[in-house]
Each structure stands twice: as structure tokens, then as C-alpha cells.
Design a protein around this ligand. Sequence first.
Ligand SMILES: [Zn+2]
Length: 147
Amino acid sequence: MAASTGGTNGHAVAVEVDGVRYPSARSAAQALGVGYSMVTARAHDPRHPNYRWLGATPGRRELTPEDRRIARPLTEPERWPNDGGARRAPVMDLNYDPPRVVRRVGWLRCMCCGRPHFSEDVARARICLDCGGAGGMPTGPRPDWDA
Ligand SMILES: [Zn+2]
């Protein structure tokens, strides 16, 4: 955008509102006591001829998470009833393209007490909470190994 007015972010485009010029939509919004998005929306809107861009019209494409640079949350599968460890569900990190598997969740038998528990990481959390591990709360009675 050649017509940048040299705003702090390098993308500011001057606007004119009711014949008053402002160096950017943000400064116009501050001066007028309205929202920044309202100023930009009206400057784009032909029904508001008193709001207009001075210089190259900023792009109006929809912002994606990439544009916003906001991390997308991991996809956490819903927990399911104990299936004896048959199913392993991946937790995906959608910030990679293609998405990466960061860990897998599922039911395990605790390596310490042998009770089933839902582990948030079947590779690394193999001991239940009750036994001091990082796995889930065990279900069922503790086996009578000491008796
Ligand atoms: Zn245990």
C-alpha cells in the first residue's frame, strides 16, 4: 500500500469524516468517540459518503487466525466410557499445516495399581492420579494385592 501515511503500524490509511482529516481510522475513532470498527465500516460503505479513505483503501478481506496471529486451541476429544483401552484419540494442534498430533488420549490400566483410568497422554501418563501419577482418576476398586 503506497499511500500509507506512516502510521505506527505502517498500515494506517488516513480517513476523512465530515470534512475533517485524520491520520488513521483509529485516530478518527478516538477523536469522534466511536468504535474503530464503525469508522472503518462506514469508510467502506457507500451509504456513508461523509466517511472516506484518503489514499489506498485498506483491504477488506476476512481476518483469519493467521492474520490475527492468535493461536488456535488444541482439539481435545470428548472423553468416552471405559473401553478397556481399545480406542486412542489424537489431540491435534491446528496451528500446524497439516495439523500435528501432540498426544493421544484413552483408557489405560495403571502401571502401579492396575485400575483403569483415562489418561490425557497414553504415552507419558501411564500411572493414575491415586498412585501419584499424571494420569486420570482410577475407576473401580484397588486390587487386593496386599491382602
Ligand atoms: Zn494407580
